[in-house]
Design a protein around this ligand. Structure first.
Ligand SMILES: [Zn+2]
Length: 307
């Protein structure tokens, strides 16, 4: 942050709209709003971003289970449940971005294309497990022995449900290349991940080595997501899409002066269960795109939600 920068940009994880909110969803927003208001009171141009994460297999399945289309389902949830929650708890946010908006989709594609053109994305064979509940690829070490009706099967440690075995040709992001740059960044910016316990967890995770990350899903399985710009038989992995909301909301790709005014974010507040996405994958994506890294990823003790 330079001395003349008088902005304070703070984000919270965008809500995953497979269901209606409960009071736990308000926690991060209230904490971030307090911080944003304090900076505003000091005369800073304080910008709090909120939004909704609307793609992914879980949203599609939930919409289908409710005899709806995913777009109609998310439209209804956003307008009838999520925006009213913000009214109720009186959050003073400066923008609210939905990942189904064109301003988000076209600039996610712009970002993807840039990484692809510069060699950070390649096509490869994916074989492994995927938990739809987590919307996350799982390693063996993330799985546990199931019980009850899932006795004898391996299940997601968080959801206690069987994972999907995927075998697809996907696009991969060269995350492994960023192990050392990330460790260097953590070392040189000791405040980047807070609190200390969160920092220690991430440093030890990255020190063990990083695998390249599958960032697409074949449309043969499901198609509720943003098309890969150079291959319309694939959609973008929902987390790669969702993380980019923090930059598409402030003009990445099309409003350079607004973008430079607010980016990098001063603080990004996240729940502990999504710390790795924000403190490992996200800064690596930004490094690959040649963009500055946020000042701090703050991981609070609660999960993003219990749904
Ligand atoms: Zn899971």
């Amino acid at each position: 942050m330079t001395a003349e920068k008088n902005t304070f940009y703070i984000t919270t994880p965008i809500f995953y709209v497979n269901d209606a909110p409960h009071i736990g969803h308000a926690y991060t927003e209230v904490a971030a709003d307090v911080l944003a208001r304090w900076h505003r009171a000091r005369g800073e141009d304080s910008f709090l971003l909120l939004g909704t994460d609307e793609h992914g297999e879980k949203v599609l399945r939930t919409a289908q289970a409710n005899n709806s289309t995913p777009q109609a389902w998310t439209d209804r949830l956003v307008h009838d449940a999520w925006l009213p929650l913000l009214e109720t708890i009186d959050i003073d946010n400066q923008d609210f971005i939905r990942t189904t908006e064109d301003r988000h989709k076209r600039n996610v594609q712009r970002f993807m294309q840039k990484l692809y053109d510069e060699g950070f994305i390649y096509q490869g064979a994916f074989k492994g497990a995927y938990c739809v509940g987590c919307e996350e690829y799982k390693n063996k070490s993330d799985l546990v022995e199931g019980s009850g009706e899932y006795q004898g099967q391996e299940v997601c440690a968080i959801h206690s449900k069987p994972v999907e075995e995927l075998e697809e040709t996907n696009y991969f992001f060269r995350l492994s290349q960023f192990q050392q740059p990330l460790l260097d960044h953590y070392n040189q910016n000791t405040e980047f991940i807070a609190p200390e316990s969160a920092r220690n967890e991430v440093v030890s995770f990255v020190s063990r080595g990083l695998d390249d990350l599958s960032i697409s899903r074949s449309k043969e399985k499901f198609d509720w997501g943003i098309d890969i710009p150079w291959d319309d038989t694939h959609i973008t992995y929902v987390w790669f899409d969702a993380l980019l909301n923090y930059v598409t909301a402030i003009g990445y790709g099309e409003d350079e002066s607004k973008f430079r005014n607010y980016w990098p974010a001063n603080v990004q507040v996240v729940g502990k269960d999504i710390l790795r996405f924000h403190a490992v994958i996200w800064p690596a994506m930004l490094m690959a795109a040649g963009l500055p890294i946020p000042g701090q990823i703050f991981g609070h003790g609660l999960g993003r939600s219990v749904s």
